[in-house]
Design a protein around this ligand. Sequence first.
Ligand code: SF4
Length: 73
Amino acid sequence: MTWSLTLPELDPARCLGSGGCVAVCPTGCLEMAGATVWLPRPADCVGCGACEVVCPAGAIRLPTVTRPAAPAG
Ligand code: SF4
């Protein structure tokens, strides 16, 4: 699994208002405001990427970070 160290970037113009991201978020930091998602509790985001995966419209993106491999030996 790849985790993000930054907050999700939300694109209201793409959001279809399905609410799937809100339903899948393990920390409850996303909410719908009418037909658009927003992030009212950014401090609770753990960067899991579940919201990005479930969005059918590409309205949520998380810059991902590749963690360095553990040193050999
Ligand atoms: S990355 Fe995870 S914790 Fe953060 S808003 Fe998306 S689903 Fe919620």
